[in-house]
Structures are given as C-alpha cells and as structure tokens.
Design a protein around this ligand. Structure first.
Ligand code: SAM
Length: 210
C-alpha cells in the first residue's frame, strides 16, 4: 500500500475517482479573497483546479502546483473549457511542494487548502509564507481537529489536522497581521450525495508592506 499522503497515495486517489472534488471554489477562499484586488497568486496543492480557475476568472494570474499528474490534467482540461481568458492566466506545474521552493516575496496571494504532505507541514508553510510579497496575503485552510469524518478516514489523522492558532504561530508577529485565525463549520456533499459538516481551520494573514 502506498504511503499515506505521499505522491502515489494522491495519484491513486485521483485515478480511483472520476472527480474527487466538487468543482466549486472553496467557500473560505471566496469569503477571504473575494475582495482582494487581483494580482499574482500561488495555489499550492491545487488538486483538480477549482480554486485556481475561480481566481483566474476574477483576473488573477495563477501558478497552480500539485504533485498528482491526474489532478493537474483534469484541472487544465477544465480551465480550457472556460476559454483562453481563464486558461491563459494559469500556469500548471507538477511538483512535490516538500522539495519545491517558490520565489521569495513574489505572490500577492499564496493559498493552500487541505494540503497535508507526508513530510513536514511546518517547513512547507514556512516556504509558502516566504513566497508572499510585501503587502500580500497568505490563506491557509485545513481540517480542524474537531473534524470527525477525516479523523476516521485517515490512519495518520494528526497529519491532516491543525488549528488556525497553530498555523498562526508559525508567522513572525513583527512581519504579519493576522486578519483571520478561526475554526469554522460548513456543509458540503460527499461522494455518495450525503450532506456532511466540515470543520475548517482558516488562517488569513497580511504580510507587512515594508
Ligand atoms: C485534499 S486535496 C485538496 C486539493 C485542493 N486544494 C482543494 O481544496 O480542492 C490535497 C492536494 O494536495 C496535493 N498534495 C499533497 N501533497 C503534496 C505535495 N507534497 N506536493 C504537491 N502537492 C501535494 C494532493 O495531490 C492533492 O491534490
């Protein structure tokens, strides 16, 4: 069996289902980035691309990175169906984020939604934070420890859970303003069409301008 949260795990997960995610943008992204002026964005662990597509359709120039080739192929195909305006604003890249360092202080928005790599998540989030340009925004959404479905689904549940406070603790208070650090619940529909409650940890932080 492949290592949980390793490259093969994600690839098998995508190959095993015709569409793993809903195709709709993450509601936390819509709530937190909807008012931001479009610029450059990095979507780390973009999956099937719904968030990257949403950003591009609002004028963002997006770099969307994922480890899973199948997810990226679906994401690219979906963007292409929406036309050159959207597809042309997204650069898709297959990379392992645990060994990939984005350009420092480069992006107006860096987001990562439910990315739990097999290797150190803290190191990954440090590199993602370093990629935010002065005045830019870091948005991290992950499963909160109170999230019951994920706790049952993953043998390595602790790797898939984090609080917003733990996320915020990795940011230097002299360089970051924490705009949002909270737990939120929302309803979604699972693969079987059942309504489920998701418990998210949401961190939105703004990097100091200077
Ligand atoms: C739970 S999915 C979430 C996908 C997307 N962000 C969303 O919210 O729909 C996690 C994604 O992170 C990707 N991922 C996990 N570990 C990764 C790594 N080390 N490097 C790049 N991508 C990774 C997976 O392939 C998967 O697409």
């Amino acid at each position: 069996m492949s290592e949980e949260f390793g490259a093969e795990y994600w690839e098998e997960r995508y190959r095993g289902h015709s569409a793993v995610h809903s195709g709709r943008p993450n509601p936390q992204l819509v709530a937190e980035a909807g008012d931001l002026a479009p610029g450059t964005a990095l979507d780390a662990g973009c999956g099937e691309g719904a968030d990257a597509v949403w950003l591009a359709s609002r004028g963002w120039r997006v770099t969307a990175v994922d480890i899973a080739a199948t997810a990226l192929r679906r994401a690219r195909e979906r963007a292409e169906t929406l036309g050159a305006d959207v597809a042309g604003r997204i650069d898709w890249a297959q990379a392992d984020l645990t060994g990939w360092t984005p350009a420092e202080e480069h992006f107006d928005l860096v987001c990562a939604h439910y990315v739990h790599p097999a290797a150190s998540r803290e190191a990954l989030f440090r590199r993602l934070a370093a990629a935010v340009a002065p005045g830019g925004t870091l948005l991290i959404v992950d499963h909160h420890p109170s999230h019951p479905q994920t706790a049952a689904a993953h043998a390595s549940a602790p790797k898939a859970h984090i609080t917003a406070e733990e996320l915020a603790a990795g940011l230097d208070p002299d360089r970051w303003d924490i705009a949002v650090a909270e737990a939120r619940t929302r309803t979604a529909t699972d693969h079987h069409g059942h309504e489920i409650t998701l418990h998210d940890a949401v961190l939105r932080a703004r990097r100091s301008a200077a």
